[in-house]
Design a protein around this ligand. Sequence first.
Ligand code: GLU
Length: 486
Amino acid sequence: MTPHPSPLTPASSQITTRFAPSPTGLLHLGNVRTALLNWLYARKHGGCFLLRFEDTDRDRSEQQYIDAIQDDLMWLGLNWDGDVLFQSEHARNHTEALEKLAEQGLAYRCFCSETQLNLDRKLATSRGLPPRYSGRCRDLNAAESARRAESEPFVWRLKVHADAGEVIVPDVLHGDITFALRDLDDPVVVRSDGSFTFLLPNAVDDAIDGITHAVRGDDHLTNSAYQVWLLQQLGYQPPHYLHHGLLLGEDGAKLSKRSGSHSVAELRGDGLLPGALFQAMARLGHPNMPEEAHNVVALIEHFHAELVSTSSVRWSDEEMWRWHTRLLHELDAETVAPMIQPYLPAVSAQRLTAFASLIGRNIERTEDAAHYQRLLDLRAPLDADALAVIQEAGGDFYQAALDAWYDTTDGTDGRDSSEADWKGWAAAVKAATGCKGRGLFMPLRVALTGAQHGPEMSAVVAFLDEYGEKNAVAIRLADAKRLAES
Ligand code: GLU
């Protein structure tokens, strides 16, 4: 994967997808999925993936979100092709499209007030009819419409609704979806403040940008019907759509802050590996993605858009963090060392790397490295459970362990066989104390590492021998004795 956007421009025959966020907030799980599916589709087919900021809402669009979204996409490895596109740069095209539709009598000014519209809707509902626009302003003649526009507020609507006819949304996942025009409304495309709603600029930009496939949530299905209609009236070829099922929270509710959505910024702050979000997300609603396809190249290979579920899918933090642990365990110690450093006392790079190599498979998240701090710093605080183990073992146990350590190893550093050291030492402690099994190993492990689980004890002894301070094992045993007796 290229680390930076490549300077490609889409060729017309090439599959071209896009991610089209509005820069009005941070990237969240829901839009990560859409971005990822568009990216995978393009990469799978050797096509282009474009990034287009839909920034026509001037009041709510912010540069900080434009920057943050790009940064998060790059972090995830979702590199886009060519320059970043901005919808606002096509403002002229949007106005021209509207003018063209108006000239053809396919768009019209609507002067109905909110109160009037509410009343109409209530009336329709009370008659058991769908709450569609009544059509009051549909047939105003051009002169009257222009005259009223000088003094009255108005919106622009598209003249879609009709007694006969249909519009077909070509969808790769659903097959063709047919909408009868009689079931569609006359949607508003320009608000009373003159700003465009989502429908027209989004569709016109897809046409201008050469988008061949638009992957998006099925909450856009009806929008697509309007957009296909609109593009056809303007003489454009509509893109193929892939309307995927929505991403729900863990509780099955629409994904929101309350149902457990996260911003990418938040997950990055939690130390998540980008690959973990990538893996968990790419597999959602995509059956038969083999577990071993755990790098991006393999994921692309096994990705088949046609398999992407049209039903909603549930997010799982647990699954994402499971991937995090798995990928963390695949990293080498040199890579892990700087990641765990923030949770540890300052030590030399060499010692940190050896530490990372020792405990790398025993942590699920980078911050878990702190559980093993005692290996680096005797003054690291012990948690209550560890202290309880030490106190239960008692001072005599640690005195015996200390004596056995000197007897079996001479207490010298730099021995050649830690495995033999550990075995000989453990046997001697057993003989001296009568302790065995857990009662023997746990107090020794806790004294040396501060934790009740962890790497093989022979590896612990080897690490302390080589990278610990002088007499590292002995001083930890002496400290445990002191704690047991305090
Ligand atoms: N700006 C739109 C959104 O964020 C784009 C939707 C689409 O993918 O077409 O919902």
